[in-house]
Design a binder for this molecule. Structure first.
Ligand code: NAD
Length: 486
């Protein structure tokens, strides 16, 4: 059994709420441990510790000392790579091959990338003419924002949490993290790393729990939190923004998507199939950037669907440690029920099920896990709910198109605006189309290729703001202009 405790002011604690909830394996449905639930007292203690730490040794550290400490955090995560890997796999059930290549290394790298960023980003200066001819010099100084609340999701737990904790600490803030109730273990484990490396008490705090009437809501409503950075569903983001309105607290919102893949007839078919397979099914489709709508130019539509079907039917669902496994389960039975409800809805809305569409037969102890079949649909009208709503599972719908203008219009006909992947060997077309899709990131002949120095975020219902590289500084610091009359 692996239990998850809060980490407050440098110490692990069960808190005082006396409330716990069970953590279940998505692979087998078995109980793997209990999670201690934080309520107002735990959140108050964590925020107070974070506030005090701003004035302690952390606040007095030089940038060189602070960034060296973040390098040490990354190195310590890498030294304990297998502990993080085991914890992440226990919570999520994702294949070891995936978590060892993406979740843990990227989770560690976030600390180094943002340590480098803060050391290398200049601030602006302006010389202003004045009537006396002497002039004035303006220059910007960046200061930490203060106590940052980090609310993170379950799909890439360590990676998406450190994507926020890394820049927050690099900029000199302190944090209180509320990880997803589904995946508490790697966030809790990070407390050990902070202590080993000597990060001062109170700089990094963790309170477990749910959203409403639990740690998430208490934390985001806390008046002593200066900024809230969130990754999760758009619906949840809307609630958090309302909370943040009290006291005009700054928010960074990374929310849902309903991303389009666009495959032109001149695409390299092998690349387009390989990329679409990953974008639709990686992490069992539980990636915000994943492709749930694929638009394929009509001359290659039948061939594309046939090849996608053939490859999808070769995916192997199985245990995380089996080297042959290409797909794990969904995160939970609740999420399985949601994805299955969309599979039923797709049929009701008139979809042709090309492959999948239900629960696979899983052997032995896997029978009770949160498994679903990777699924491809065709034949739905663009107005169907399955085309409009985020499913967040291993599913995609493939629609034919005839013209560039038509596919741009269909790709943009959504409330979301997170990502797109465009497949074409025509360079002019690639640039032209990419610029017209209303998203935060447009890939050409690739998917999930991320340079962490670049802006990341979504338009429309997919979010507010951009993080990544220098853009993270806009959220994690306050910029003061100093105007010196010469
Ligand atoms: P979720 O919104 O259900 O939960 C996210 C976090 O918010 C959890 O920690 C949860 O406990 C907390 N929460 C829930 N209600 C709250 C409330 N009222 N107040 C405060 N906190 C609350 O999302 P999820 O199911 O964990 O994650 C999947 C979603 O995340 C998908 O919509 C996906 O697209 C999105 N996502 C977006 C990005 C991105 O970068 N844009 C990345 C990954 C996931």
């Amino acid at each position: 059994m692996t239990d998850a405790l809060h980490f407050i002011n440098g110490e692990y604690t069960k808190g005082t709420s006396g409330r716990t909830f069970d953590n279940f394996s998505p692979v087998t449905g078995e109980k793997i441990g209990v999670v201690h639930e934080g309520l107002k007292p735990e959140v108050d203690a964590a925020v107070a510790a974070a506030r005090a730490a701003l004035k302690g040794p952390w606040g007095r550290m030089t940038m060189a000392e602070r960034t060296a400490m973040l390098y040490a955090v990354a190195d310590e995560i890498n030294r304990r790579f297998d502990d993080f890997l085991d914890a992440e796999i226990l919570d999520t059930g994702k294949p070891r091959s995936l978590a060892s290549h993406v979740d843990i290394p990227r989770g560690a790298a976030n600390f180094k990338v943002f340590a480098d960023t803060v050391k290398n980003v200049p601030t602006e200066t302006f010389h202003l003419d004045t009537p006396d001819g002497a002039g004035a010099l303006n220059y910007g100084v960046r200061k930490p924002k203060g106590v940052i609340a980090v609310i993170s999701p379950w799909n890439l737990p360590l990676l998406l949490m450190t994507w926020k904790v890394g820049p927050a600490l690099a900029c000199g803030n302190t944090v209180v993290v509320k990880p997803s109730e589904e995946t508490p273990l790697t966030t809790a484990l990070l407390g050990e790393v902070m202590n080993t490396v000597g990060v001062p008490k109170g700089v990094f705090n963790v309170v477990h729990g749910f959203g409403p009437d639990s740690a998430g809501a208490f934390l985001t409503a806390h008046p002593d939190v200066d900024g809230i950075t969130f990754t999760g569903e758009t619906r949840t983001g809307e609630i958090i923004v309302q909370s943040a309105a009290i006291g005009l607290r700054h928010v960074s919102m990374e929310c849902g998507g309903k991303n389009a893949g666009i495959v032109f007839a001149d695409a390299d078919m092998d690349k387009a199939i390989e990329g679409t397979m990953r974008s639709a099914f990686a992490n069992c489709g539980q990636v915000c950037l994943g492709t749930e709508r694929v638009y394929v130019e009509r001359p290659i539509f039948d061939d594309f669907v046939a090849r996608l079907k053939a490859q999808t039917e070769q995916l192997i669902l199985g245990k995380p440690d089996d080297p042959d496994t290409s797909l794990g389960p969904l995160i939970s039975k609740e999420h399985q029920a949601k994805v299955l409800s969309y599979m039923k809805l797709a049929v009701e809305e008139g979809a042709t099920v090309v492959t999948g569409g239900g629960i696979p037969d899983m052997p032995g102890d896997l029978a009770n896990g949160a498994w679903v079949q990777p699924t491809i649909w065709t034949g739905l009208p663009e107005t169907a709910r399955v085309i409009k709503e985020e499913v967040f599972g291993p599913v995609c719908h493939v629609t034919p198109f005839d013209t560039e203008a038509e596919v741009i219009a269909m790709a943009n006909d959504t409330n979301y605006g997170l990502a797109t992947a465009i497949w074409t060997e025509n360079l002019s077309k690639a640039h032209r189309v990419a610029a017209q899709i209303d998203v935060g990131i447009a890939w050409v002949n690739s998917w999930f290729l991320r340079d962490l120095r670049t802006a990341f975020g979504g338009t429309k219902h997919s979010g507010i703001g951009r993080e990544g590289g220098v853009h993270s500084l806009e959220f994690y610091t306050e910029l003061t202009n100093i105007c010196v009359k010469l």
